[in-house]
Design a protein around this ligand. Structure first.
Ligand code: M6R
Length: 612
């Protein structure tokens, strides 16, 4: 959840690491800090609570912050409040060693007690401070900093991505990981460490994704990777294929808005190269399964959290209806504690934009421990979920920086829809259906563009609901999970309480809430259950509910009872979520923006939740 950046090279580290953590601010933003070692071997630490801009304001002039080695951190508090004292970097007793940490040290209380008995005293309430004192404990005269880090890592339980510097040796930085992402960036005569490539790609695209229990020792002229047993590791250097523009806001006010507007391209990227016109089917090479193996699948489980879980619910609907394979969708946080049943011939999917969500990762490991083959559906190349899955599919949405997931959702839904068609064509679906699907899917990016043209209208509608404190989202069938997603988007960035419901279920309880103070956002598209949802909306109207309807172009009926109608182009039933979610994303965005809220960094949230 936190973000880490370190630099060792010939340039001034401070602006580089500061800029780096700013790019990671979406991962955690309640306090921040940095440490540098200057030319006289002084270790200088600067920290502030609040957003990184507070740290930036508090920094003294360039002469005071100059150093060619430095580490920085942006925090999402787990242990201890987001105060200046709890902010990273933390230091040892003698203020020689500084450390930044992403993760959680689970046995920190036990370690703290032992260290206190040895005479260590602690300033903060964090688990991280224990780690730097533990390194100090091992860092005796004849022991290298790398070995001290290695010894400390062996004792620690939990997750960590760390970067460590020692003022006695300004030519060396150590970084290590277990469970939290950590990447080494290799530049020209300079090195970077980071928890997320977006912090460093303006400097280098050559990276090594460190594996669990690996330690990298960086010197000015090179680096060495070892493991906890002190064996040397030959790691592969990868080239990041992201464009720098993908991590810039460009002309957009917020990343979220930019990412919503990127969806015509990101959806296309999710299906690019995967449609097989000649055979009227699709190909998902990343699954690395041949036809025989795919045909043996009798059951599917899809596991995820938040928006990814909503995408999974849509996947369930489409896979069950088109491929006739039963699908269970599970909350990752519940999965491993429920003694899950994984029958033979079940294929398990874990779905995660970041590829680092702790609950999803734990579910992946649990499913593998039970002998299941686990496929990853993720956006993040080199992420832990991508590496630990048996195989999988990338969604290719590009960097998603806004904490509210938007383009990743439509890309996830696209990939799950492709999976449904792949399996469906092997079972029941005709070539004609496959061909129609391919043609229609190709038209989706253009249809999303048409919806995006209604941005101004949607802002006006947002103006009319921004002061309400509750909202109800209704949908049916494949659009019910879209209603859930619309409600999640609204609550996470505008702090308006919102619920998603299957429209017909409303009369079993939530209808009691309907009055003139309850805006109801309904997805009522022309399909087999259209008439049913119209009846549900009449029930809302009869109770003075204020209805905003997402309707199919040309539908005149909905106008009669809706305060506002957002018309979207017609498409095949199974592709509707790719269109119906777009106005809901825009609506939430504009409500939050009109309320003057920090859309990209909503309170209490972080982009990737790497704690359980
Ligand atoms: O990176 P993941 O897809 O695993 O993240 C899962 C959820 O934490 C995430 O979707 C969260 O709900 C978003 N803030 C939703 O916008």
């Amino acid at each position: 959840m936190c973000g880490i950046v370190g630099y060792l090279g010939n340039r001034n580290a401070t602006p580089i690491i500061l800029e780096g953590i700013k790019r990671l601010e979406y991962r955690g933003y309640d306090s921040s800090g940095l440490a540098i070692i200057d030319g006289n071997k002084n270790l200088k630490i600067f920290k502030e609570s609040g957003k990184i801009v507070e740290l930036e304001r508090a920094l003294p002039g360039p002469d005071e912050t100059y150093g060619t080695i430095g580490i920085a951190h942006t925090r999402w508090a787990t242990h201890g409040e987001p105060t200046k004292i709890n902010a990273h970097p933390h230091t040892d007793s003698q203020k020689r060693i500084a450390l930044v940490h992403n993760g959680i040290i689970e046995n920190y209380q036990l370690l703290r007690k032992k260290l206190e008995e040895e005479g260590h005293s602690f300033e903060s309430e964090t688990d991280t401070e224990i780690l730097v004192h533990l390194i100090e404990h091992f860092c005796l005269e004849e022991v290298s900093l790398t070995d001290a880090v290695r010894q400390a890592c062996k004792l620690v339980e939990g997750t960590f991505g760390i970067a460590v510097i020692n003022r006695d040796n300004p030519n060396e930085m150590i970084a290590a990981r277990r469970g939290s992402p950590l990447i080494l960036g290799i530049g020209n005569d300079e090195f970077f460490v980071t928890s997320d490539v977006s912090a460093i790609i303006i400097h280098t695209k050559r990276v090594i994704y460190l594996q669990d229990n690996e330690i990298v020792t960086i010197h000015r002229d090179g680096f060495e990777i070892t493991n906890l047993e002190n064996e040397r590791i030959d790691a592969k250097i990868s080239e990041v294929d992201w464009d720098v523009s993908s991590i810039e806001k460009g002309n957009f006010k917020h990343f979220m808005l930019k990412e919503i507007f990127e969806q015509p391209i990101s959806v296309q990227n999710a299906f690019r190269g995967r449609l097989m016109e000649k055979l009227s089917t699709v190909r998902l090479g990343g699954l690395m399964m041949n036809g025989n193996e795919l045909k043996k699948i009798k059951k599917i489980q899809i596991i995820g959290c938040g928006t990814s879980w909503h995408a999974a619910l849509i996947g369930k609907h489409i896979i069950e209806s088109r491929a006739r394979i039963p699908v269970e969708v599970e909350y990752a946080s519940e999965y491993r504690y429920k003694n899950p049943i994984i029958p033979e011939n079940t294929l398990v999917f874990v779905i995660s934009q970041s590829g680092e969500t702790a609950d999803t990762l734990a579910a992946l490991r649990e499913a593998q421990a039970r002998g299941a083959t686990v496929m990853g559906i993720t956006n993040t190349v080199g992420s832990t979920i991508a590496r630990e899955s048996d195989a999988g599919v990338y969604i290719h949405a590009g960097a998603e920086i806004g904490v509210a997931s938007t383009k990743a959702f439509t890309s996830q839904v696209t990939v799950l829809t492709l999976l449904a068609i792949l399996l469906g064509r092997m079972n029941h679906l005709s070539p004609t259906y496959g061909a129609t699907f391919i043609k229609e899917l190709r038209s989706i990016p253009g249809k999303i563009e048409k919806i995006l043209e209604m941005n101004d209208l949607i802002r006006e509608i947002a103006e009319s609901i921004k002061d309400y404190t509750n909202a109800l989202y209704l949908g049916r069938g494949v659009n019910f999970p879209v209603a859930l997603e619309g409600a999640l988007k609204l609550k996470e960035i505008s702090y308006i309480h919102a619920e998603g419901y299957p429209a017909a279920e409303m009369k079993h309880g939530p209808i009691a809430l309907i009055d003139e103070n309850m805006p109801v956002i309904a997805i009522a598209l022309k399909d087999a259950i259209y008439d049913k949802i119209i009846s549900n909306l009449q029930e809302v109207k009869a109770r003075n509910g204020k209805i905003i309807t997402i309707a199919t172009e040309g539908d005149k009926v909905v106008k009669k009872f809706s305060e506002h109608v957002i018309y979207i182009p017609e498409t095949m039933h199974i592709l509707q979520p790719l269109l119906s979610v777009i106005p809901l994303q825009l609506l939430s965005y504009h409500v939050a923006d009109l309320k003057g809220l920090d859309v990209d960094k909503p309170r209490n949230l972080a982009k990737s939740v790497t704690v359980e």
